[in-house]
Design a protein around this ligand. Structure first.
Ligand code: IPD
Ligand code: CA
Ligand code: CA
Length: 267
């Protein structure tokens, strides 16, 4: 593998360290499912614990770098040049319910551009990683997107809506519209980061997700682009504040999928 920036090496190291405690915590979930208290509080502390390990590890190397994290928020705000973007557990609902489909997602941004990223599924021991200009990898093998050309033949994945979403109806009806267009039933796997990584390695041909946060897609965006895919936003509605609507495909079906979901936006 020819990925060798200091930042990607640091991310890999942080992921490996954090995943040890994450795997232990996931093992606890089964016991908690059947306890009267349930796993809710435990999961939120597992989230924080995992993130803390990652932050500590990255800070050891670069105390001055900024962070955009899901749990601890923004750290070192004044550093606009170098930033780590962290989601300690993407796929919390899966984790909470003992379903092994979740990942640590870490991206590195320099001068406002994502330079490298890692998405690590510790249960399947699958590490997706990429560095700008040097390709994308799954563990030690180079990955590429699929070459499916037509939307109707594509295998797609999406997500949401969240319980709190104000655009639930739109998300549901969009799901129906796209479902009517494609032959394979659309999947909802519950981890946007892994969904994008799966497009990058050709397991899916495309995905779209509304209302994502930066940490959900930062690492995925570079992994997909380096695997030959197309990563984009399909709605720049300012009222969404920091949330974005993401479309990630093998690039060949991009236009067709985008036209379908944008159509929904202007209805
Ligand atoms: C969520 C997952 C999910 C997506 C949600 C995200 P979390 O992240 O990526 O697939 O549909 O919008 O918030 O809460 O599990 O880190
Ligand atoms: Ca997330
Ligand atoms: Ca999360």
């Amino acid at each position: 593998m020819r990925l060798n920036s200091p930042q990607i090496n640091l991310i890999v190291k942080a992921c490996m360290k954090a995943s040890k405690s994450l795997i232990r915590d996931f093992g606890e979930i089964e016991n908690l499912q059947v306890s009267s208290k349930g796993p809710g509080d435990f999961v939120s502390s597992a989230d924080k614990r995992t993130e803390k390990i990652i932050i500590n590890e990255l800070q050891k190397a670069h105390p001055d770098y900024g962070f955009v994290t899901e749990e601890a928020g923004i750290i070192n705000k004044s550093n606009e040049k170098n930033k780590w973007i962290i989601d300690p557990i993407d796929g919390t609902s899966n984790f909470l319910n003992g379903l092994p489909q979740f990942a640590i997602s870490i991206g590195y941004e320099e001068e406002k551009e994502i330079k490298c990223g890692v998405i690590f599924d510790p249960i399947k021991n699958e590490m997706f990683l990429a560095e700008k200009g040097n390709g994308a990898y799954l563990n030690n093998s180079r990955i590429r997107v699929s070459n499916k050309k037509k939307l109707k033949d594509s295998f797609l994945v999406t997500g949401g809506p969240k319980h709190s979403s104000k655009i639930k109806e739109k998300i549901f009806s969009e799901y129906v519209d796209v479902s009517k267009t494609v032959h394979f039933p659309i999947r909802k796997f519950g981890s946007a980061a892994l969904d994008i990584a799966y497009v990058a390695c050709g397991r899916f041909d495309g995905c779209w997700h509304r209302e994502l946060s930066y940490w959900d897609y930062a690492a995925g965006s570079i992994i997909l682009r380096e695997a030959g895919g197309f990563f984009d936003f399909f709605d720049e509605d300012k009222s969404l504040s920091s949330k974005k609507n993401v479309i990630a495909t093998n690039s060949m079906i991009h236009r067709e999928l985008q036209d379908l979901v944008i159509k929904k936006d202007i209805e």
